[in-house]
Design a protein around this ligand. Sequence first.
Ligand SMILES: Nc1nc2c(ncn2[C@@H]2O[C@H](COP(=O)(O)OP(=O)(O)OP(=O)(O)O)[C@@H](O)[C@H]2O)c(=O)[nH]1
Ligand SMILES: [Mg+2]
Length: 323
Amino acid sequence: MSLKEICNGLRCWFDKFRGAPNPRQMDSERRPEDTYTSPTKKETTRSTENYSASTTSNNALTMALLGNTGNGVSATGNSILKMPAFESKRSSGSVTSTSEMKDAVVDGKLVKVIDTPGLFNFLLRADFVVKEIVKCIESAKDGIHAVVVVLSVRSPYSKEEVTAIQGLKILFGDKISDYLIFVFTGGDELEDDQTLDDYLEDECPQPLKEFLKSYRDRTVLFDNKTKNDEKKDNQVKQFLSIVDTVVAKNGGKPYKNEFFVQLHERTDKTYEERLKEVRDKVASKLKQTISKLQQQLAEEKSDPELARETKALRMKLKDCAIL
Ligand SMILES: Nc1nc2c(ncn2[C@@H]2O[C@H](COP(=O)(O)OP(=O)(O)OP(=O)(O)O)[C@@H](O)[C@H]2O)c(=O)[nH]1
Ligand SMILES: [Mg+2]
């Protein structure tokens, strides 16, 4: 590493520590994580309280939260970070309009959470989905340790969600399965003595129930509304212990595919050039993915829910043609 790189690194670290973006960085090399949101006084206090000497940015855990609009994606991000980092509220439309990464020290670990808009909704425009996926890849410069799919015990659209997860596998490759964790929100809406196992056995819609069978040990229940501190802590502990298991099973290696490598590996091309190339690649891969899903769904057309999804996918495929 050259002296110049060391100085740059120190300057970035110092600027980030002060909560300011790095003004000296060339625009073409500016990345989203450099746009650091200064934490409020309360948040800073909380982060420092939980700080452990072993925590460095090198052993940070980066996780992307995905799901259908309204499932409580942002609320789950807030529960994990133990602070109101993301806007979360009841709404007839989408609350989160674009992906955003926030971090905090939680139980002695530096946790970076990427909150995303409801990308599982098939009626979203393909160009919007591409933009958001690329934004996540930009944020997760060192890769992703866990892809957290946020489901809700209240959601009736289970087949759509399973299809979206299948799409994720086509888009990012089967390897992504090794990084999947499932959070069910709405823990408070289960009956008093009902457990997640009971829900999965008795009430969970069939397609999701079938799909989750092989992920049972990576599924956790969250009550994002609870005011009970012990309950809040316990669910986050349980979640982080699943993340630890996933990280260990993956040999500590975060998920990265060609998109991540191409964008973040320095070459003689500028950041903007690499960004454009990655955007084009993601767009083309998304088009292939949608086409495959459409084919898959067409084979099961007799089901009315699937017919609705097939129609939505066809519209999306049209979108792709104008990318
Ligand atoms: N009862 C209950 N409500 C929840 C829970 N988690 C989230 N909610 C509520 O669900 C609504 C939507 O939550 P958000 O976090 O904004 O959902 P989102 O998935 O981020 O939605 P978008 O940003 O619009 O895509 C809010 O009113 C939350 O308070 C939960 O565990 N229990
Ligand atoms: Mg949200």
